[in-house]
Design a protein around this ligand. Structure first.
Ligand code: SF4
Ligand code: SF4
Length: 479
């Protein structure tokens, strides 16, 4: 509180990250191209599912309540797969954080990826750190105005493309693109693009590290997951301190030459030499910066490096370090991995064995039963047949649990028989009204449990549902 004169508000100090090169920066470029490539290209990939289903490889079809992912099609009643995937994603984040710290934040989080992209644009138009600082301080001029306008225009273009790519996941992408340009797209598509344009532009362009520091809950949650064996970006103070100029003749100085290279490249503007901090997103750019300095000075690398608190302590004491794999594969990590794998395997097994058809039966109540002139009792049912395949199919429906029961379809006027064959549209539900009649001699109670069985004529699936057959008390008593 003291620095802010008692106020809880801390004024933002603008960060001007400097360009850096090195293995971690190159790895971050690779992740950036990969993740952005996946995001922008995926809606344009096609997947042939036959003439009755959409051919977009990844599609959240809200209108028909389906989720398509390559050969996998998820129906609303199978939403638990999506829930399973979310649980796996959450556990995966736990797993990664426990072993290698905030790797998600540093490399793959959309906030990091888009901020990186926006910084490239900024550097390209306004120059590197020192030029940008000078530009910030300079009074407004035609040149400054042109640079600022160009930067914000390119940011806005990226933001629009980001929102644009998102809506393509929810409907056929080529069709929607045409509609967007001809003004025929639904309002919700324009509204979504507008909202995502605004959030991308403001979060990645204007707010940047403040999102990670103040808005995102993850830095707080992760502290519960990190332990002394988690890999984080660490400054080896036992080696670097006391810091001092490289030109100094003082033999008692550590390896840190106080060049500020690590601070200048940091996208969150912190000094890693102050120890592990909540603001550190573990992007490792300070490692690249410091290794560059150490290399030029001919000193050992990794004054700043990936290490764990325990390894750092051991290294400081000159003790032998345990192999990295032993640190990575400790019991806590293995337990997370086992749970994560078990959920994944269970989902795969259920997915592979799930039925591509289903039947739902509801007994009609008005009237519950009818006694026919030959004495048989007849009940009527609304039967819904689900065909989850992208081709028309025929299901053979029968009833069990009631001696001599026969089925008929009053719409087609079919003769009562042991089975009826019904057509079901591709990738859809067809509803039939079926009647079941049973000889009164087979009825021993007013309510008898019966089972509707549906068997796919193509041999690929069975489904069943239990319901009740009702009879009048007088008919049962007469037995
Ligand atoms: S301190 Fe280093 S690892 Fe942490 S955010 Fe800054 S540059 Fe990235
Ligand atoms: S880059 Fe390395 S040498 Fe330079 S200030 Fe940072 S820790 Fe010290």
């Amino acid at each position: 509180m003291g620095d802010n004169g008692g106020s809880l508000y801390k004024k933002r100090e603008k960060v001007h990250p400097k360009k850096v090169d090195g293995p971690f920066r190159r790895f971050k470029w690779a992740v950036l191209f990969l993740t952005l490539g996946i995001y922008y290209i995926t809606p344009w990939l096609r997947w042939d599912r036959g003439e009755f289903s959409p051919d977009q490889a990844v599609l959240v079809d809200l209108a028909h309540r389906r989720f398509y992912f390559g050969p996998i099609e998820i129906w609303p009643q199978e939403f638990y797969y999506v829930a399973g995937l979310l649980i796996m994603a959450g556990l995966g984040l736990f797993l990664v954080t426990t072993s290698v710290g905030r790797a998600w934040c540093g490399y793959a989080c959309p906030q990091t990826v888009w901020t990186d992209l926006f910084m490239v644009v900024e550097r390209w138009i306004e120059g590197d750190r020192n030029e940008r600082i000078r530009l910030d301080k300079a009074p407004m001029s035609a040149g400054k105005f042109a640079k600022r306008t160009s930067k914000h225009a390119v940011w806005l273009l990226i933001a629009v493309l980001t929102g644009g790519a998102w809506v393509f996941y929810f409907t056929d992408a080529p069709t929607l693109l045409r509609e967007l340009f001809t003004g025929q797209a639904p309002f919700v598509a324009y509204a979504t693009i507008g909202v995502l344009t605004f959030t991308t532009y403001s979060l990645a362009g204007l707010m940047r590290e403040q999102v990670c520091t103040y808005m995102c809950p993850w830095p707080r949650i992760q502290s519960a997951m990190l332990d002394e064996d988690s890999f984080i970006v660490t400054y080896k103070d036992w080696r670097g301190e006391p810091r001092g100029s490289a030109k100094s003749k003082d033999a008692g100085l550590g390896d840190c030459v106080d060049c500020m290279a690590c601070v200048n490249v940091c996208p969150t503007g912190i000094d890693i030499r102050n120890g592990p901090q909540l603001e550190c997103i573990t992007c490792a750019l300070c490692i690249d910066a410091c290794n560059d300095v150490m290399d030029k000075l001919g000193r050992p690398l990794d004054l700043i490096g990936y290490s764990t608190l325990n390894r750092d302590k051991a290294e400081a004491k000159g003790e032998a370090l345990q192999p990295i794999w032993k640190t990575l594969l400790r019991p806590r990590v293995l337990i997370y991995f086992a749970v994560w794998s078990a959920i994944g395997i269970a989902m795969l097994v259920v997915l592979a064995g799930r039925s591509r058809m289903d039947i739902h039966v509801a007994q009609e109540r008005n009237p519950v039963y009818v006694q026919l002139s030959d004495g048989d009792i007849r009940n009527s049912y609304t039967v819904k047949l689900l065909n989850k395949e992208a081709r028309p199919r025929q299901f053979e429906v029968s009833v069990s649990g009631l001696q001599g029961a026969r089925l008929s379809d009053p719409v087609t006027g079919s003769e009562p028989a042991a089975t009826v064959r019904l057509d079901v549209r591709p990738d859809g539900v067809d509803t039939y009204r079926l009647q079941v009649r049973a000889p009164v001699a087979s009825l021993h109670a007013e309510q008898t449990d019966i089972r509707f069985n549906a068997h796919a004529v193509d041999g690929e699936g069975d489904a069943m549902e239990t319901t009740r057959f009702s009879a009048p008390a007088s008919a049962v008593a007469a037995q």
